[in-house]
Design a binder for this molecule. Structure first.
Ligand code: G3H
Ligand code: 13P
Ligand code: NA
Ligand code: ZN
Length: 328
């Protein structure tokens, strides 16, 4: 059954758990996530980026999620637009049946330039006002994601901003968060706290200097009822890095967000935890393993089936770690 982000995160807040939001681009990812959810009785957030929508096609994506609902009638599914860059992206998602949209106004619509606070408020408030009339939830973002180690903010094309940003720009300001939520009416807020997208978040095991969990606590102290969203929440597990490299991959040593830190965040109001990189890595390890161990293989299913099993195992682990298991 389809559920909005608001309904799901209100329930998560009531029972003090977090919900992983997994990115989907294709049937195999969706099937693997649903199988994991069913196995532990967890509600699901699947999210599609603009890239995912153009990769699969809007109709294919929407119909796949309809199929997943029919296959798993007991599992609530929230279909969320990840990083909507403007109103058109958000509203076309609503037309396709998404029950939640992220209006990422932390960057200008060109997705390369950090936006002004006023631009962010205005565009997010416009999206929220229409989305709410249509029964759709909205996630906003305040603060620029990026590395406290290098001072590079993250432009949406995956490249760092040219200018080095200050800690003030890279960490969401709690007072500004209060004003932003009041002015926009968002259902959930993504905050900047030193995480960034992709595999290369930290050059060492993160501590409070480079992963600012204190920001979560400070915002939660001011806004105890707000649902917080952590982007860039892949853990980039060491064992997956090692397997990827064992089967011929080239991934320099890197650190992600430790599961225990996410669990700490959940105690302080984090309700949605965005994970894409770990899912990609889990599948890619299996592609490489099959290619290496069975070089004569050319049936795509022989690559995709073990990839789905690996992704399912990862999703199950996150459902259990975040307390989502048993909540469907
Ligand atoms: O926000 C980034 C997500 O991992 C989606 O990535 O834009 O390559 O689909 P993508
Ligand atoms: P990761 O790259 O850490 O998986 O983050 C995904 C994300 O935040 C999608 O919006
Ligand atoms: Na999102
Ligand atoms: Zn993100």
């Amino acid at each position: 059954a389809r559920i909005t982000l608001r309904q799901l995160l209100d329930h998560a807040a009531e029972f003090s758990y977090g919900v992983p939001a997994f990115n989907i681009n294709n049937m195999e990812q969706l099937l693997a996530i649903m199988a994991a959810a069913q196995s532990v009785d967890a509600p699901v957030i699947v999210q599609a980026s603009r890239g995912a929508r153009s990769y699969a096609g809007d109709i294919m994506l929407a119909k796949m999620v309809e199929a997943a609902e029919a296959m798993y009638p007991g599992i609530p599914i929230c279909l969320h637009q990840d990083h909507g860059n403007d109103e058109a992206t958000c509203f076309s998602a609503v037309q396709m049946g998404f029950t939640s949209v992220m209006m990422d106004g932390s960057l200008e619509a060109d997705a390369k330039t950090p936006a002004s606070y006023d631009y962010n408020v205005a565009v997010t408030a416009r999206v929220t006002s229409l989305a709410h009339k249509l029964g759709v939830s909205v996630e906003g973002e305040l603060g620029v994601l990026g590395s406290l180690e290098t001072g590079k903010g993250e432009a949406e094309d995956g490249h760092g901003t040219d200018a080095t940003l200050s800690h003030d720009q890279l960490l969401t300001d709690p007072d500004q968060a209060v004003a932003f939520v009041e002015a926009t009416g968002v259902d959930a807020l993504a905050i900047a706290m030193g995480t960034s997208h992709g595999a290369y978040k930290f050059s060492r095991q993160p501590d409070g200097e480079i992963l600012a969990m204190s920001v979560v606590q400070a915002i939660n102290a001011r806004l105890p009822d707000l649902h917080l969203v952590m982007h860039g929440s892949s853990s980039v597990p060491e064992d997956l890095q090692a397997l990827f490299n064992r089967y011929g991959g080239k991934m320099p040593a890197t650190w992600g967000v430790p599961i225990e830190e996410i669990q700490r965040g959940i105690q302080y109001g984090v309700r949605k935890v965005n994970i894409d990189t770990d899912c990609r890595l889990a599948m890619a390890v299996e592609f490489r393993r099959v290619a290496t161990q069975n070089p004569a293989e050319f049936d795509p299913r022989k690559f995709l089936k073990p990839s789905m099993d690996a992704l399912s195992a990862l999703c199950r682990n996150r459902f259990e770690a975040f307390g989502t298991a048993g909540r469907a």
